[in-house]
Design a protein around this ligand. Structure first.
Ligand code: DX5
Ligand code: ZN
Length: 225
């Protein structure tokens, strides 16, 4: 059975105190730290790049789950590997022509390759990336339009999670966007095991409580499946 992993999205953290925010999340029980890398060619926002990952890496041993919302992910594999990224998740919408080379490169640099889909992208588009010789190791289903934290969860995306979980029982399936105490059961029962949560964790008076609630929801759903 795939392990539950709760990944607070550092996009909702105080970027001016990134190292202490990361440490606080790990103390609160986070399994991974989700890092949103955005450029405005792909989403209507700009966030952080490899230099910030490199700085953060000096302060934490945590698994840095990097979600690249960029149009040219292949150009970032080397800089992110050097900076200390752990997971490298790219978007399928921009990688149709070179995903094989991309996955190979990510693996050769010792990072875990993942592929993400925007809400409008059909789940079938990732099958080739899972069924070939050199598969990705995680699928990230966006449950909001990528670009910003604090948006409303799209329950209709759960069908993608269900279909994927049925076809790939031991795959890491991550959901990202609008996850929190009121939406986690939908995602967990559909089969998601990696949960990204930004505003619901950072906005809570007791983030440790929210992290443990998310974790337990995934665990319970797995027990009863
Ligand atoms: C959105 C990002 C998310 C975002 C999630 O494009 O990929 O990781 O930070 O934030 P919440 O949990 O607030 O929806
Ligand atoms: Zn993300």
């Amino acid at each position: 059975m795939v392990k539950p992993k709760i990944a607070p999205s550092m996009l909702s953290s105080d970027f001016a105190n990134l190292a202490s925010e990361a440490e606080r999340m790990i103390r609160c029980g986070a399994d991974w730290l989700h890092m949103d890398i955005m450029v405005s060619h792909f989403v209507p926002n700009l966030t952080i790049g490899a230099p910030v990952i490199e700085s953060l890496r000096k302060h934490t041993q945590a698994y840095l789950d990097c979600h690249l919302m960029v149009t040219n992910p292949i150009d970032y594999v080397e800089p992110f590997a050097k900076a200390g990224a752990s997971g490298f998740t790219f978007h399928v919408e921009v990688s149709k022509d070179n995903w094989q080379e991309l996955v190979q490169k990510i693996k050769s640099k010792g990072m875990k390759p993942g592929v993400s889909l925007k809400p409008g992208t059909p789940v079938e588009e990732v099958y080739p990336l899972l069924d070939g010789d050199n598969p990705v190791e995680m699928v990230l289903i966006m449950t909001v339009e990528p670009g910003f934290g604090g948006q409303k969860f799209m329950p209709e995306m759960m069908e993608k999670v269900r279909v994927l979980r049925k076809k790939y029982p031991s795959l890491d399936i991550e959901v990202d966007g609008g996850l929190g105490p009121s939406t986690i059961d939908l995602a967990a029962s559909a089969g998601a095991n990696c949960i990204v949560a930004g505003s619901s964790v950072f906005g809570a008076p007791d983030p440790a409580h929210v992290i443990s609630l998310l974790y337990k929801s995934v665990e319970n759903a797995q027990k009863s499946s």
